[in-house]
Unconditional design. Structure first.
Length: 230
C-alpha cells in the first residue's frame, strides 16, 4: 500500500474554464492526470488531493465533475478544500455528493495503514507581502482548524502526514504558526499546493524544522501523482 499526492486538479468538466490559458502544458490536463494515475496507483493505495479540486460553484456541478473525473480511477482519495473550492458546502451536504472511494478532510484526521493524515486549507502567512489585518483573522481561524485536525490525529498511532492547500510559510520560508503546530504534534511529512508556473521555482521543498516538505500542485508534478510513502 502506497500514499501519493497531487493538488490543484482544477476539474472543469461542468464549467467553461479551460486551464490552457495558463500554458499549453494544461491542455486536457484532466485526462493527463487520469492517464498517469491509472499507470501508477493501485486499488489499495491512497491519493491525497490538497485543494482546488473543481472549478464548480455549486454542489450539483461539483458532483458531476467528481463522478466523471474519479470514475474508473483506482485507489482511495482524500480531498481537502482549496481557495477555489467554492462548491464545498456544509460537511453533511459535501459528503453526500462524494463518490464512494472519495473522502474529505475537515477538522478531522484520516487513518490509512500505519499513517495518519491531518490538515486544513491554510492561508497566507505573516511576512507575506499582502498580509494585512483581514489576513490575520483568516490565518488565526485556519490555525484553529488545523489544530482540531492535529488533535484528532494525536489520538491515533502512526506516521503523521499533514496536507495544506497553501504553503505553510511565507516566501522567506520563515517558521509560521502552521509549522509550530506541526512540530508540536510530531508531523513528519507535509504536502501543499496552490503555487503554479514561475512561483513553483521559488517554492521550498526539502527538510526543515524536522519536517519534510513537498509541493504537489499538478503542473509542478507534470500532472503525475507523487509517491509520498509506501
Amino acid at each position: 500500500m502506497s500514499i501519493y499526492a497531487i493538488a490543484d486538479l482544477h476539474i472543469s468538466y461542468s464549467q467553461n474554464k479551460p486551464m490552457d490559458i495558463f500554458g499549453v502544458q494544461w491542455q486536457e490536463h484532466e485526462e493527463q492526470i487520469r492517464h498517469k494515475w491509472r499507470e501508477m496507483v493501485q486499488c489499495d493505495d491512497l491519493v491525497l488531493c490538497p485543494g482546488d479540486i473543481s472549478w464548480a460553484m455549486h454542489l450539483e456541478d461539483a458532483q458531476y465533475d467528481l463522478e466523471r473525473f474519479f470514475d474508473g480511477l483506482p485507489g482511495r482519495v482524500l480531498l481537502l478544500k482549496g481557495n477555489h473550492d467554492y462548491w464545498m458546502d456544509s460537511l453533511k451536504k459535501t459528503l453526500a455528493i462524494l463518490p464512494e472511494n472519495v473522502h474529505l478532510l475537515r477538522n478531522n484526521s484520516f487513518s490509512y495503514d500505519d499513517c495518519i493524515v491531518m490538515g486544513t486549507r491554510g492561508w497566507i502567512c505573516p511576512g507575506t507581502e499582502k498580509f494585512n489585518d483581514e489576513s490575520e483573522k483568516i490565518y488565526q481561524r485556519e490555525l484553529e482548524r488545523f489544530e482540531l485536525s492535529l488533535k484528532d490525529g494525536a489520538k491515533k498511532q502512526g506516521t503523521k502526514i499533514a496536507m495544506l492547500h497553501y504553503p505553510p510559510f511565507n516566501e522567506q520560508v520563515e517558521r509560521s504558526g502552521f509549522v509550530e503546530l506541526m512540530q508540536s504534534y510530531g508531523v513528519e511529512y507535509c504536502v501543499y499546493g496552490h503555487l503554479h508556473g514561475r512561483h513553483t521555482k521559488e517554492a521550498f521543498e526539502g527538510e526543515k524544522w524536522g519536517i519534510k516538505f513537498k509541493l504537489v500542485s499538478s503542473d509542478h508534478l507534470n500532472f503525475q501523482p507523487l509517491l509520498i510513502a509506501e
